[in-house]
Design a protein around this ligand. Structure first.
Ligand code: UT7
Length: 319
């Protein structure tokens, strides 16, 4: 037996306001047909007054703790992935910590945009396996609606807000997280970025993306990193029960599954309901498939994501 990080519970949270493609088309020069055909998106949730990355993250964390049957006081590590924090500092992780009433634990944010949750999971897993933590909250939470240019139809129709969380628990087991693999290539900054920041413009900025180029890189990078993480875990695509991918575009999900020779039925798809929620999309999709009964204890799951930087990564785990 080995000390590993086991997923003790999962949870998620969405803003109250649901926005369909039809509603967006009444405000932006777009159509339901274009959005569905090019992306698979039909709906997204957008944060309203009083809803922030921190409040959504806290709600998701509470749901994950309840699912795990644990108390907030049991948690000794919070790693929160976001590119849309409540404040430039302190970290949104410390806001979640305070909201949960945890007086002392390790808490910090990681920033790898849409790959943020994979980065957060990998860091938390390392700390759990090394003995620095026993029970960790790993959260992906975003309010991308607040950095979108609502005049730019090529980006504003693609994103939504939300949060997903999981509780990792240290156990002597052969299950849990089996392998993680992370990558970054900073040469591609100009293909997906925000045109502002504290140290440059002193503004938050708006999201800018050359979608077609990002698409091309995504399919290649995601198929490669999935193969790498399976190899590291001593597995092949045939062992996989479920792929839980970053939800950017249904066509990317299809193309990646085809490249790996995986049937589309094994891919968890929530992009139609949630749109692209950046770092929140993988844990939101995981929570959806666990709670609707598709993912069961003992299943072999691979998680993957790709985003700004570029960054990309994957994880293999026995649920
Ligand atoms: O999460 C981080 C990673 N992000 C991604 O993985 C996103 C990757 N990229 C994509 O998902 C796709 O490239 C998009 C969905 C962003 C775009 O789809 P596409 O098939 O690559 O379309 P395109 O950018 O090549 O645009 C095709 C046409 C253009 O018109 P022309 O130049 O052909 O006349 C656009 O102006 O579609 C037009 N268009 C729109 N039309 C109606 C772009 N946005 C819209 C829109 N409604 N919202």
């Amino acid at each position: 037996m080995t000390r590993r990080s086991v997923i003790a519970g999962v949870g998620s949270a969405l803003p109250k306001r649901q926005v369909t493609n039809a509603e967006l088309a009444s405000q932006v020069d777009t159509t339901d047909e274009w959005i569905v055909e090019r992306t698979g998106i039909r709906n997204r949730y957008l944060a309203g007054e009083g809803e922030t990355t921190g409040t959504l993250a806290t709600d998701a964390a509470r749901a994950a703790l309840a699912h795990a049957g644990l108390q907030a006081a049991d948690i000794d590590l919070i790693v929160l992935a976001t590119a849309t924090p409540d404040q430039t500092f302190p970290s949104t992780a410390t806001k979640v910590q305070a909201a949960l009433g945890i007086n002392d634990c390790i808490a910090f944010d990681v920033h790898a945009v849409c790959t943020g949750f994979l980065y957060a999971l990998s860091v938390a897993d390392s700390m759990v396996r090394s003995g620095s933590a026993n029970k960790a909250l790993v959260i992906g939470a975003e309010t991308f609606s607040r950095i979108l240019d609502w005049e730019d139809r090529t980006t504003c129709v693609l994103f939504g807000d939300g949060a997903g969380a999981l509780v990792l628990s240290a156990e002597e087991t052969e299950s849990g997280i089996l392998a993680t693999k992370l990558h970054a290539d900073g040469r591609h900054n100009d293909l997906l970025f925000v045109d502002g920041g504290p140290s440059t413009t002193q503004t938050v900025g708006k999201l800018r993306m050359k979608g077609r180029e990002v698409f091309r890189h995504a399919v290649v990078n995601l198929a490669d990193v999935l193969n790498e993480v399976l190899t590291d875990a001593g597995l092949t695509a045939a062992d996989v029960d479920w792929v839980v991918p970053h939800q950017a575009n249904a066509r990317i999900l299809d193309a990646t599954a085809r490249k790996l020779g995986l049937p589309a039925e094994k891919v968890v798809v929530t992009v139609d309901r949630h749109a692209n929620t950046s770092a929140a999309s993988v844990p939101l999709a995981l929570d959806t498939a666990v709670k609707d009964g598709r993912i069961k204890r003992g299943d072999l799951i691979v998680l993957e994501a790709m985003g700004g930087g570029f960054t990309w990564g994957a994880a293999a785990l026995r649920y």
